[in-house]
Design a binder for this molecule. Structure first.
Ligand code: CA
Length: 239
C-alpha cells in the first residue's frame, strides 16, 4: 500500500486553484479543493489531509482564523499562499501556526520544494514526539509506519486511507485503550458530528474483516465496550 499524500487547497481564485491542482496531481499528490473557508474547514475534518495549502484572503473566513482553528486540534502542516506580501502578514500567519508562507506569484518548483520540506519536517517532528518504534509487530501482523505497509503473514493488506489512519493510531498506542472521542478527535477533528461514532464503528468492522481470521474473536484489536478500542501491545522488533 503506497498512499499518496493528500493535500487540501483552500483558495477562492479559480485559476490559481486549478493551476495548483494540476501541478500537484501531476506530481503524484492527491488533491482536494475548497473555494471558501467553511468548505475548507469541513473538508479538513472529513479528508484528514497530510498538508493544507491556504489562501489568506477568502470570501467568508480570514485565512488566519482557519489556521487558529486547525491548530487547536491538529499539527497538519499548513502552507499559506497569499498575495499579501508585507512582513507583518507573514509574521501573523506564522504566529498563528502555519508552517511556511509562499507569496503569489510563485513558481512550480518552489511550491513543490516547500511542500516536500513541510511534509518531511512534520514526519520528523512526529517521530521525535512519538517515541514508538517505526514498526508494529504482533504475531502474524506487521505494520511499517514509515512505508505505510500493513502485512498479515507477510502479505500486504489493502486498507483505505481512514482505515490505515485508525490502525496506525491504535498501533502506535498499542496496549492502551483509546476512547471513541480520542480516536474521533484524532481522525476527524473536534468539528466531527455525531455521525462519526457510527462511521468509526463501520470502519472498525471493515478493518477487522481484513485483519482478523474471526472478527467475533479478535486477536489484534479489542473493543472496550462503551469506552473505545485497544490494540494488542506490540512485540517490538528484534534488532
Ligand atoms: Ca483570495
Amino acid at each position: 500500500m503506497n498512499l499518496k499524500p493528500t493535500i487540501i487547497i483552500i483558495e477562492d481564485e479559480k485559476t490559481i486553484c486549478n493551476f495548483i491542482e494540476t501541478t500537484l496531481t501531476a506530481h503524484d499528490y492527491k488533491v482536494v479543493t475548497a473555494g471558501s473557508g467553511q468548505e475548507g474547514l469541513s473538508l479538513i475534518t472529513s479528508c484528514f489531509p497530510d498538508l493544507i495549502l491556504l489562501d489568506l484572503g477568502l470570501p467568508d473566513i480570514d485565512g488566519l482564523e482557519i489556521i487558529r482553528q486547525v491548530r487547536e486540534w491538529s499539527m497538519i502542516p499548513i502552507i499559506v499562499i497569499s498575495a499579501r506580501s508585507r512582513e507583518q502578514e507573514k509574521v501573523l500567519a506564522l504566529d498563528s501556526g502555519c508552517d511556511d508562507y509562499i507569496t503569489k506569484p510563485f513558481g512550480t518548483s518552489e511550491l513543490l520544494a516547500r511542500i516536500r520540506t513541510a511534509l518531511r519536517h512534520h514526519q520528523q517532528a512526529g517521530g521525535a514526539l512519538n517515541k514508538s518504534e517505526p514498526v508494529y509487530v504482533f504475531e502474524d501482523l506487521t505494520i511499517d509506519f514509515t512505508r505505510r505497509l500493513v502485512l498479515l503473514k507477510g502479505k500486504e493488506i489493502h486498507l483505505t486511507q481512514i482505515e490505515y489512519k485508525l490502525v496506525s493510531l491504535l498501533a502506535k498506542n498499542s496496549g492502551r485503550v483509546l476512547t471513541y472521542d480520542y480516536i474521533i478527535n484524532h481522525i476527524w477533528g473536534p468539528y466531527a458530528d455525531n455521525n462519526n461514532n457510527q462511521i468509526l464503528r463501520v470502519n472498525m468492522a471493515h478493518i477487522r474483516r481484513k485483519l482478523e481470521t474471526n472478527p467475533a474473536e479478535p486477536r489484534y484489536i479489542f473493543t472496550e465496550i462503551g469506552v473505545g478500542y485497544r490494540m494488542r501491545e506490540s512485540q517490538g522488533i528484534s534488532e
